[in-house]
Write a protein that binds this ligand. Sequence first.
Ligand SMILES: [Zn+2]
Length: 369
Amino acid sequence: MDSVLVWQQDIWHKLMRNRAFRCHAVLLKGRKGIGKFTFARLMAKSLLCLSPDADNAACGKCTSCNWFEQHTHPNFRMLSPEALSAALNSQMDSTDDPKHEGDEQQQAATGKMKKKPGQQIGIDQIRGLNELVYLSGHQSSYKIVLIYPAETMNAAAANALLKKLEEPPEGTLFILVSHQSERLLPTIRSRCQQIAMPIPDTETANQWLMQKMQQQSGFQNVDKVSMLLALSGFSPLSALSLIDKIPQHQRFMEEIGSLQRFDPLALAETLQNQDLAVTIDWLQKWCYDMVSFHATGKVRYHPHLAVQIQAVCRQSNQQACVAYLHFLNTRQPLSRHPVNARLFLEEIFINYGKLLASATSSYPSLPVF
Ligand SMILES: [Zn+2]
């Protein structure tokens, strides 16, 4: 299992020193990709451990630690959207299960696709906690509920959780992890001990990612590490998850970086089976850099492609870039459940094509809602 990340050491010692919390709930908040989830699991494992060490790290050997690693601890529950749970379990076990992809292809071939997994935490998941939190748990340790990401609770689930936080069950600690804590009910936030999770400085993030790259692939590449960090908005764990996607990302950049070769319909066809949220995220970052370059002459996410950004900026006008970025922001939430992936992308890319001609032609007003 992972250990506490180097930039989280101080907050770990402060928070875990007394192994007691001000509230019955802790909210770990901060941007995506800085290790909040890892930290939350380490907290839970340590609090349940029968023999933690002097730094409050779980021993890794006791019955409790074994149960925790096997996902069978009777005093621990993790709530996540269904769509995320399988990926998280696979990640925590550090084993990829290639069967999933094959299963999907087989189901598509036979026309028997399963219902799409849910993107929200629902009320049934909160109700399912009753047995854990209201009946006596195993031994006398904490009962811990980890909710990740907490902002994916739907309204009914959030209200059901609020009721539990208003009359907190004895001996239970809720650990909420959130990338967008402003989306949580204020009444939930106010009942939590809120922890702003630290962000590593650039040098620390560079060193960490370099080490991970060495472990994964056996080599280090300074330029690639810098590129991945910039692309992830300097969130090292997000950067690490991008390593496998570098070739696809490079091809995508080549397509959208040239007015001459940009073909919206062909690109929509090519990318219709890729995770749409990822495609929109890449395009959002690219367009953010176009807006930034128009305004300040600087780019944030693609310093290695500044020349290409400059070129597309010459072909577009600033107001059109701002309007298009706003349009993309409204499309990101829809990317999780589009009616038709190809049509969804065609609309986005056709409008991007118009953006690339907006320096010399009028740019249409886009539907935003
Ligand atoms: Zn232990």
